[in-house]
Ligand binder design. Structure first.
Ligand code: GAL
Length: 390
Protein backbone atom coordinates (compact mmCIF):
# COMPACT_ATOMS: atom_id res chain seq x y z
CA UNK A 1 0.00 0.00 0.00
CA UNK A 2 2.68 2.53 1.02
CA UNK A 3 4.82 1.44 -1.88
CA UNK A 4 2.00 2.06 -4.32
CA UNK A 5 1.30 5.52 -2.77
CA UNK A 6 4.91 6.50 -3.05
CA UNK A 7 4.96 5.26 -6.63
CA UNK A 8 1.72 7.03 -7.53
CA UNK A 9 2.49 10.44 -5.77
CA UNK A 10 6.20 10.65 -6.35
CA UNK A 11 6.10 12.79 -9.46
CA UNK A 12 2.91 14.73 -8.67
CA UNK A 13 3.35 18.54 -8.80
CA UNK A 14 2.24 18.88 -5.16
CA UNK A 15 4.91 16.51 -3.89
CA UNK A 16 7.53 18.11 -6.08
CA UNK A 17 6.69 21.62 -4.82
CA UNK A 18 6.74 20.38 -1.20
CA UNK A 19 10.08 18.73 -1.78
CA UNK A 20 11.55 21.82 -3.41
CA UNK A 21 10.31 24.06 -0.59
CA UNK A 22 11.72 21.69 2.01
CA UNK A 23 15.13 22.01 0.38
CA UNK A 24 15.01 25.71 -0.52
CA UNK A 25 13.32 27.28 2.52
CA UNK A 26 15.95 26.66 5.19
CA UNK A 27 18.62 27.87 2.78
CA UNK A 28 16.57 30.99 2.04
CA UNK A 29 15.99 31.66 5.75
CA UNK A 30 19.67 31.15 6.54
CA UNK A 31 20.59 33.50 3.70
CA UNK A 32 18.61 36.49 5.03
CA UNK A 33 21.51 38.75 5.86
CA UNK A 34 21.74 40.60 9.17
CA UNK A 35 24.21 42.39 11.40
CA UNK A 36 25.11 40.68 14.67
CA UNK A 37 27.09 43.24 16.67
CA UNK A 38 29.89 41.80 18.73
CA UNK A 39 29.85 38.35 17.06
CA UNK A 40 32.60 37.00 14.85
CA UNK A 41 32.09 38.41 11.36
CA UNK A 42 33.51 36.10 8.68
CA UNK A 43 34.67 37.41 5.30
CA UNK A 44 34.21 35.52 2.01
CA UNK A 45 36.91 33.07 3.13
CA UNK A 46 35.39 32.43 6.54
CA UNK A 47 38.02 34.53 8.35
CA UNK A 48 36.93 37.14 10.96
CA UNK A 49 37.17 40.60 9.35
CA UNK A 50 40.39 42.35 10.18
CA UNK A 51 39.66 46.07 9.75
CA UNK A 52 39.63 47.69 13.19
CA UNK A 53 39.23 51.42 13.84
CA UNK A 54 37.90 51.49 10.32
CA UNK A 55 35.93 53.61 7.93
CA UNK A 56 33.88 52.87 4.83
CA UNK A 57 34.04 54.50 1.40
CA UNK A 58 31.24 54.06 -1.13
CA UNK A 59 32.45 54.30 -4.70
CA UNK A 60 30.83 53.25 -7.94
CA UNK A 61 28.32 50.82 -6.44
CA UNK A 62 30.73 49.17 -4.02
CA UNK A 63 31.51 49.76 -0.36
CA UNK A 64 35.17 49.62 0.69
CA UNK A 65 35.92 49.01 4.36
CA UNK A 66 39.43 50.05 5.44
CA UNK A 67 40.78 49.31 8.88
CA UNK A 68 43.75 48.38 11.02
CA UNK A 69 44.96 44.87 10.31
CA UNK A 70 45.70 43.39 13.74
CA UNK A 71 47.71 40.30 14.59
CA UNK A 72 47.14 37.97 17.56
CA UNK A 73 48.13 38.86 21.11
CA UNK A 74 49.30 42.20 22.45
CA UNK A 75 51.59 42.64 19.43
CA UNK A 76 48.42 43.37 17.49
CA UNK A 77 48.27 46.82 19.06
CA UNK A 78 51.14 47.80 16.80
CA UNK A 79 51.11 47.80 13.00
CA UNK A 80 52.72 44.55 11.85
CA UNK A 81 50.96 44.40 8.47
CA UNK A 82 49.15 47.60 7.49
CA UNK A 83 45.68 48.68 6.43
CA UNK A 84 43.29 45.94 5.31
CA UNK A 85 40.51 46.56 2.78
CA UNK A 86 37.32 44.58 2.15
CA UNK A 87 34.61 45.12 -0.47
CA UNK A 88 30.86 44.66 -0.31
CA UNK A 89 27.75 45.53 -2.26
CA UNK A 90 25.24 44.98 0.56
CA UNK A 91 27.24 45.80 3.75
CA UNK A 92 26.59 42.32 5.19
CA UNK A 93 28.94 40.23 3.02
CA UNK A 94 32.54 41.36 2.75
CA UNK A 95 35.21 40.05 0.41
CA UNK A 96 38.87 40.23 1.32
CA UNK A 97 40.59 42.65 -1.07
CA UNK A 98 43.97 42.42 0.68
CA UNK A 99 46.32 44.95 2.20
CA UNK A 100 45.69 48.44 0.84
CA UNK A 101 48.69 50.06 2.56
CA UNK A 102 51.56 47.94 3.78
CA UNK A 103 54.03 48.72 6.56
CA UNK A 104 57.68 48.96 5.55
CA UNK A 105 60.58 46.59 6.21
CA UNK A 106 62.90 49.59 6.35
CA UNK A 107 63.40 50.43 10.06
CA UNK A 108 64.03 54.09 9.16
CA UNK A 109 60.70 54.45 7.34
CA UNK A 110 57.82 56.34 9.01
CA UNK A 111 55.74 53.18 8.48
CA UNK A 112 58.38 50.80 9.85
CA UNK A 113 56.80 47.51 10.92
CA UNK A 114 55.97 47.95 14.62
CA UNK A 115 54.86 51.57 14.31
CA UNK A 116 51.32 52.45 15.41
CA UNK A 117 48.95 53.05 12.51
CA UNK A 118 45.37 53.70 13.60
CA UNK A 119 41.93 54.70 12.33
CA UNK A 120 42.59 54.86 8.56
CA UNK A 121 39.92 56.62 6.48
CA UNK A 122 39.76 56.92 2.69
CA UNK A 123 38.15 59.47 0.39
CA UNK A 124 37.78 59.58 -3.37
CA UNK A 125 38.80 62.90 -4.86
CA UNK A 126 36.60 63.69 -7.86
CA UNK A 127 39.00 66.33 -9.25
CA UNK A 128 42.14 64.20 -9.31
CA UNK A 129 40.45 60.79 -9.54
CA UNK A 130 42.73 59.56 -6.73
CA UNK A 131 41.87 57.71 -3.55
CA UNK A 132 43.35 59.43 -0.52
CA UNK A 133 43.97 57.75 2.83
CA UNK A 134 44.58 59.58 6.12
CA UNK A 135 45.49 57.84 9.35
CA UNK A 136 46.94 58.40 12.80
CA UNK A 137 50.60 57.51 12.89
CA UNK A 138 52.94 56.97 15.82
CA UNK A 139 56.58 56.42 14.96
CA UNK A 140 58.05 53.10 16.02
CA UNK A 141 59.37 52.97 19.56
CA UNK A 142 57.98 56.37 20.58
CA UNK A 143 54.74 55.31 22.25
CA UNK A 144 52.04 57.85 21.43
CA UNK A 145 54.32 60.88 21.50
CA UNK A 146 54.65 61.61 17.76
CA UNK A 147 50.88 62.22 17.29
CA UNK A 148 51.15 62.56 13.51
CA UNK A 149 48.87 62.29 10.51
CA UNK A 150 49.90 59.98 7.68
CA UNK A 151 48.71 60.40 4.10
CA UNK A 152 48.76 57.86 1.27
CA UNK A 153 47.32 57.87 -2.24
CA UNK A 154 46.19 55.30 -4.79
CA UNK A 155 44.72 55.06 -8.28
CA UNK A 156 42.31 52.28 -7.30
CA UNK A 157 40.19 51.97 -4.14
CA UNK A 158 41.82 48.70 -3.13
CA UNK A 159 45.27 50.20 -3.56
CA UNK A 160 48.13 49.68 -3.43
CA UNK A 161 48.35 53.00 -1.57
CA UNK A 162 51.61 54.91 -1.86
CA UNK A 163 52.74 56.62 1.36
CA UNK A 164 53.25 60.36 0.82
CA UNK A 165 54.47 61.33 4.27
CA UNK A 166 53.54 62.10 7.84
CA UNK A 167 53.40 65.35 9.78
CA UNK A 168 51.63 67.26 12.52
CA UNK A 169 48.97 69.32 10.78
CA UNK A 170 48.72 73.08 10.61
CA UNK A 171 52.29 74.02 11.53
CA UNK A 172 52.57 77.81 11.65
CA UNK A 173 48.81 78.37 11.41
CA UNK A 174 46.65 79.75 14.20
CA UNK A 175 43.19 78.25 14.73
CA UNK A 176 40.48 80.57 13.44
CA UNK A 177 38.71 80.63 16.78
CA UNK A 178 41.76 81.49 18.86
CA UNK A 179 41.40 85.13 19.89
CA UNK A 180 43.91 87.51 18.32
CA UNK A 181 45.45 88.42 21.67
CA UNK A 182 46.22 84.72 22.35
CA UNK A 183 48.18 84.26 19.13
CA UNK A 184 51.63 84.40 20.66
CA UNK A 185 54.35 81.98 21.79
CA UNK A 186 54.33 80.65 25.36
CA UNK A 187 56.03 82.78 27.97
CA UNK A 188 58.70 81.05 30.08
CA UNK A 189 56.21 80.96 32.93
CA UNK A 190 53.52 79.33 30.78
CA UNK A 191 55.99 76.79 29.40
CA UNK A 192 56.98 75.91 32.94
CA UNK A 193 53.34 75.51 34.00
CA UNK A 194 52.68 73.18 31.06
CA UNK A 195 55.77 71.13 31.77
CA UNK A 196 54.66 70.51 35.34
CA UNK A 197 51.22 69.27 34.27
CA UNK A 198 52.59 66.04 32.73
CA UNK A 199 49.73 65.56 30.28
CA UNK A 200 49.38 61.91 29.24
CA UNK A 201 46.35 61.93 26.95
CA UNK A 202 43.70 61.42 29.63
CA UNK A 203 41.52 64.03 31.31
CA UNK A 204 43.09 66.47 33.73
CA UNK A 205 40.92 68.47 36.13
CA UNK A 206 42.05 71.83 34.81
CA UNK A 207 43.07 71.75 31.19
CA UNK A 208 45.56 74.51 30.52
CA UNK A 209 43.38 76.49 28.11
CA UNK A 210 45.21 77.22 24.87
CA UNK A 211 48.74 76.48 26.11
CA UNK A 212 49.21 73.18 24.25
CA UNK A 213 47.86 74.63 21.01
CA UNK A 214 50.20 77.61 21.32
CA UNK A 215 53.14 75.38 22.29
CA UNK A 216 52.63 73.40 19.07
CA UNK A 217 52.12 76.39 16.76
CA UNK A 218 55.52 76.12 15.10
CA UNK A 219 55.82 72.34 14.83
CA UNK A 220 52.21 71.53 14.04
CA UNK A 221 49.25 70.38 16.08
CA UNK A 222 49.13 66.92 17.66
CA UNK A 223 46.81 64.60 15.73
CA UNK A 224 45.71 61.25 17.18
CA UNK A 225 42.23 59.63 16.85
CA UNK A 226 40.73 60.90 13.61
CA UNK A 227 38.10 60.75 10.95
CA UNK A 228 37.46 62.42 7.59
CA UNK A 229 34.23 64.02 6.46
CA UNK A 230 33.20 65.30 3.02
CA UNK A 231 30.50 67.94 2.92
CA UNK A 232 27.85 68.29 0.20
CA UNK A 233 30.04 70.84 -1.63
CA UNK A 234 32.93 68.36 -1.93
CA UNK A 235 35.07 70.11 0.70
CA UNK A 236 36.77 67.61 2.99
CA UNK A 237 37.64 67.93 6.67
CA UNK A 238 40.05 66.15 8.98
CA UNK A 239 38.77 65.86 12.56
CA UNK A 240 41.35 64.78 15.10
CA UNK A 241 42.06 64.59 18.81
CA UNK A 242 44.69 67.23 19.43
CA UNK A 243 46.39 69.15 22.24
CA UNK A 244 47.31 66.04 24.28
CA UNK A 245 43.77 64.77 23.51
CA UNK A 246 42.27 67.70 25.43
CA UNK A 247 40.73 69.40 22.40
CA UNK A 248 39.43 68.22 19.04
CA UNK A 249 40.40 70.16 15.97
CA UNK A 250 38.59 70.36 12.64
CA UNK A 251 40.82 71.19 9.73
CA UNK A 252 39.85 71.71 6.11
CA UNK A 253 41.79 69.76 3.47
CA UNK A 254 43.13 71.17 0.22
CA UNK A 255 41.03 70.53 -2.90
CA UNK A 256 43.11 67.44 -3.71
CA UNK A 257 42.59 66.20 -0.11
CA UNK A 258 46.36 65.68 0.32
CA UNK A 259 47.22 68.44 2.82
CA UNK A 260 45.63 70.70 5.41
CA UNK A 261 44.24 73.77 3.63
CA UNK A 262 45.43 76.12 6.40
CA UNK A 263 42.06 76.70 8.03
CA UNK A 264 41.07 75.01 11.28
CA UNK A 265 39.19 75.44 14.55
CA UNK A 266 39.47 74.11 18.08
CA UNK A 267 36.38 72.19 19.21
CA UNK A 268 35.16 71.51 22.76
CA UNK A 269 38.47 72.66 24.30
CA UNK A 270 39.52 70.88 27.46
CA UNK A 271 36.76 68.26 27.23
CA UNK A 272 39.01 65.33 26.23
CA UNK A 273 37.13 63.82 23.32
CA UNK A 274 38.46 61.22 20.93
CA UNK A 275 37.17 58.61 18.43
CA UNK A 276 35.35 61.27 16.33
CA UNK A 277 32.67 60.25 13.80
CA UNK A 278 30.41 62.66 11.92
CA UNK A 279 27.09 62.68 10.11
CA UNK A 280 25.11 65.43 8.44
CA UNK A 281 21.33 65.44 8.36
CA UNK A 282 18.86 68.19 7.66
CA UNK A 283 21.55 70.87 7.59
CA UNK A 284 22.92 69.84 11.00
CA UNK A 285 26.27 68.26 11.72
CA UNK A 286 26.35 65.65 14.48
CA UNK A 287 29.64 64.60 16.03
CA UNK A 288 29.98 61.35 18.00
CA UNK A 289 32.99 61.02 20.25
CA UNK A 290 34.17 59.08 23.29
CA UNK A 291 36.07 60.12 26.37
CA UNK A 292 39.76 59.25 26.67
CA UNK A 293 40.21 55.96 28.54
CA UNK A 294 42.49 54.09 26.13
CA UNK A 295 41.20 50.66 25.06
CA UNK A 296 38.60 50.61 27.86
CA UNK A 297 35.19 51.76 26.64
CA UNK A 298 33.46 54.76 28.16
CA UNK A 299 30.24 56.73 27.60
CA UNK A 300 29.71 58.07 24.08
CA UNK A 301 29.11 61.77 23.61
CA UNK A 302 27.24 63.70 20.95
CA UNK A 303 27.60 67.31 19.81
CA UNK A 304 25.71 69.33 17.21
CA UNK A 305 26.47 72.34 15.01
CA UNK A 306 24.87 74.10 12.06
CA UNK A 307 28.28 74.71 10.48
CA UNK A 308 31.24 72.33 10.43
CA UNK A 309 33.20 75.26 11.90
CA UNK A 310 30.94 75.34 14.93
CA UNK A 311 30.07 76.47 17.45
CA UNK A 312 29.55 72.87 18.61
CA UNK A 313 27.07 72.26 21.40
CA UNK A 314 27.19 69.13 23.56
CA UNK A 315 24.01 67.04 23.61
CA UNK A 316 25.18 64.40 26.09
CA UNK A 317 25.14 60.65 25.68
CA UNK A 318 23.34 59.38 22.53
CA UNK A 319 22.89 55.84 23.94
CA UNK A 320 19.54 54.57 25.19
CA UNK A 321 19.59 51.34 27.22
CA UNK A 322 20.62 50.00 30.59
CA UNK A 323 22.89 52.22 32.71
CA UNK A 324 25.77 49.88 31.93
CA UNK A 325 25.14 49.95 28.18
CA UNK A 326 25.05 53.73 28.27
CA UNK A 327 28.12 53.98 30.48
CA UNK A 328 30.29 52.00 28.08
CA UNK A 329 28.60 52.55 24.68
CA UNK A 330 27.58 48.89 24.45
CA UNK A 331 31.21 48.03 25.28
CA UNK A 332 32.56 49.89 22.28
CA UNK A 333 34.13 53.06 20.97
CA UNK A 334 33.03 54.96 17.85
CA UNK A 335 35.09 54.92 14.68
CA UNK A 336 32.85 56.09 11.80
CA UNK A 337 29.34 56.91 10.68
CA UNK A 338 28.43 55.03 7.52
CA UNK A 339 25.74 56.58 5.30
CA UNK A 340 23.75 53.75 3.67
CA UNK A 341 23.47 54.45 -0.06
CA UNK A 342 20.08 54.83 -1.68
CA UNK A 343 18.25 55.29 1.62
CA UNK A 344 17.53 58.76 2.88
CA UNK A 345 18.91 59.60 6.33
CA UNK A 346 20.02 56.02 6.99
CA UNK A 347 23.26 55.79 8.91
CA UNK A 348 25.18 53.04 10.67
CA UNK A 349 27.17 53.77 13.82
CA UNK A 350 30.43 51.85 13.48
CA UNK A 351 32.37 51.14 16.65
CA UNK A 352 35.07 48.84 17.96
CA UNK A 353 34.99 46.46 20.88
CA UNK A 354 38.74 46.38 21.43
CA UNK A 355 40.52 43.26 22.68
CA UNK A 356 43.98 44.66 23.44
CA UNK A 357 45.24 41.34 24.86
CA UNK A 358 44.37 39.58 21.61
CA UNK A 359 43.91 42.47 19.22
CA UNK A 360 42.93 40.34 16.20
CA UNK A 361 39.84 39.18 18.11
CA UNK A 362 38.44 42.73 18.40
CA UNK A 363 34.75 42.87 17.49
CA UNK A 364 32.67 45.27 15.42
CA UNK A 365 29.65 46.98 16.91
CA UNK A 366 27.49 48.23 14.07
CA UNK A 367 24.22 49.76 15.22
CA UNK A 368 21.46 51.64 13.41
CA UNK A 369 21.21 55.34 14.17
CA UNK A 370 17.62 56.29 15.00
CA UNK A 371 16.48 59.92 15.10
CA UNK A 372 14.24 61.12 17.89
CA UNK A 373 13.19 64.76 17.74
CA UNK A 374 15.80 65.02 15.00
CA UNK A 375 18.58 63.93 17.36
CA UNK A 376 20.59 60.72 16.79
CA UNK A 377 19.96 57.89 19.24
CA UNK A 378 21.74 54.54 19.63
CA UNK A 379 20.12 51.35 20.93
CA UNK A 380 21.49 47.85 21.26
CA UNK A 381 20.34 45.16 18.81
CA UNK A 382 21.44 41.52 19.07
CA UNK A 383 20.65 41.18 15.40
CA UNK A 384 19.25 43.67 12.88
CA UNK A 385 18.84 44.48 9.20
CA UNK A 386 18.83 47.72 7.27
CA UNK A 387 15.18 48.69 6.98
CA UNK A 388 14.01 47.28 10.30
CA UNK A 389 16.11 49.54 12.49
CA UNK A 390 13.88 51.09 15.15
C1 GAL B 1 42.18 54.77 22.40
C2 GAL B 1 42.08 55.20 20.96
C3 GAL B 1 42.55 54.05 20.11
C4 GAL B 1 43.97 53.72 20.55
C5 GAL B 1 44.00 53.42 22.03
C6 GAL B 1 45.40 53.13 22.54
O1 GAL B 1 41.80 55.80 23.27
O2 GAL B 1 40.77 55.54 20.64
O3 GAL B 1 42.49 54.41 18.76
O4 GAL B 1 44.80 54.81 20.28
O5 GAL B 1 43.48 54.49 22.75
O6 GAL B 1 45.41 53.00 23.94
Amino acid sequence: MIASLVRRDFFSPRVLVTLLLAIALPAAVAAVPSFRPGELWPDDRGVHLNAHGGGVLWHDGTYYWYGEHKVAGGAGNRAEVGVHVYTSRDLYHWADAGIALAVSDDPAHDLARGCILERPKVLHNARTGKFVMWFHLELKGQGYRAARSGVAVADAPTGPFRFLGSFRPNAGVWPENLPADARRPLSAEEADKLQKLKLVGGPVPSFPGDLVCRRDFAGGQMARDMTLFVDDDGKAYHLYASEENGTLQISQLTDDYLRPAGRYVRVLPGEFNEAPAVLKRGGKYFLFTSGCTGWRPNAARLAVATSIWGPWRSLGNPCVGTPEQCANTFESQSTFVLPVQGRKDTFIFMADRWRPKDAIDGRYIWLPIAFENDVPVLRWHDEWCIGDEK
